[in-house]
Ligand binder design. Structure first.
Ligand SMILES: NC(=O)c1ccc[n+]([C@@H]2O[C@H](COP(=O)([O-])OP(=O)(O)OC[C@H]3O[C@@H](n4cnc5c(N)ncnc54)[C@H](OP(=O)(O)O)[C@@H]3O)[C@@H](O)[C@H]2O)c1
Length: 262
């Protein structure tokens, strides 16, 4: 299928590694022009080289997306470099786990500041550019923890459910302008972040983190955890022209873990 992404102008937040990097490369392989943004300039430069090699056109904007001013700078800089913005993939996330009885409440604020507030802020900033062309796609990488709270994942869970509610509300606000807003809820996905989140448990049990990830995957109907490229393939579709009648929903990519609704 031709996703008709050639020449489309995209921003991918959290594009320096993990799922965001894979999303940036998936869009680039379809010929999109992609600005990747995160804090680490070195990693971003590496991804820009990969984007260019994959047939896209890369641009890097180092920024801490907790800061509203930095978000504005990224969006303005991308619009100046590319002459507009058609696609936003929001993927920057860094919420930590921890038992709710011991968790410093600040960890909840951190998760909300980057992911819930950051995703919404970036969406609000790109929408005027999309409205100019009466075409746009916004893809939020949320997470299945949003609908599966447990005592160890509340900062992630709260940020993700906030993102899902914003996805629905934003979609209602802009669907009449040709802008589609949707989310993906990955389950555990093979990135450094998944390793970092599992490390405390691995240390507690005196076990290897890779073993824990493998075991977590084996418990799923899918038999394994996801690879970031699998999440990126669905993100590229949700960002594409042929995706023309999907509004304000979430695609669960959790290895079949989720039961029923929500
Ligand atoms: N991996 C999983 O199992 C999983 C499951 C469900 C949902 N998700 C979600 O998927 C998204 C990506 O996760 P991932 O596993 O790919 O994580 P990752 O490999 O740790 O990547 C996170 C990205 O966010 C960037 N980032 C972190 N803090 C930032 C800040 N303050 N400002 C700007 N960028 C920032 C990071 O770059 P810098 O550190 O250089 O800034 C990096 O590019 C997250 O929203 C996560 O919640 C992941």
């Amino acid at each position: 299928m031709d996703l008709k992404l050639r020449g489309k102008r995209a921003i991918v937040t959290g594009g320096s590694r993990g799922i965001g990097r894979s999303c940036a490369l998936a869009l680039a392989r379809e010929g999109a022009r992609v600005c990747v943004t995160a804090r680490s300039r070195d990693l971003l430069d590496e991804v820009v080289r990969e984007i260019n090699a994959a047939g896209g056109e890369g641009h890097a904007a180092a920024a801490d997306l907790v800061s509203p001013d930095e978000c504005r700078r990224v969006v303005q800089g991308t619009a100046d470099a590319f002459g507009g913005i058609d696609i936003l993939v929001n993927c920057a996330g860094a919420a930590r786990g921890g038992d709710i009885l011991e968790l410093p409440a600040e960890q909840i604020d951190e998760g909300m500041a980057l992911k819930a507030h950051g995703y919404l802020r970036m969406s609000q900033l790109v929408i005027p550019y999309m409205k100019e062309n009466r075409w746009g796609r916004i893809v939020h990488i949320a997470g299945s923890a949003g609908t599966s709270p447990n005592r160890g994942n509340i900062p992630l869970s709260l940020a993700n459910i906030a993102v899902l509610n914003c996805t629905r509300a934003l979609s209602d606000a802009v669907s009449g302008d040709g802008i589609l807003v949707n989310a993906i809820c990955p389950g555990m996905t093979n990135t450094q972040r998944a390793r970092d989140l599992q490390q405390a448990e691995a240390d507690r049990q005196g076990r290897d983190v890779e073993e824990l990830l493998r075991e977590a995957g084996e418990k799923l109907p899918g038999g394994r955890i996801a690879e970031p490229e699998e999440i990126a393939a669905v993100a590229a579709f949700l960002a594409s022209e042929p995706c023309s009648y999907v509004f304000g929903t979430a695609v669960y990519m959790d290895g079949g873990e989720r039961r029923g609704t929500p």
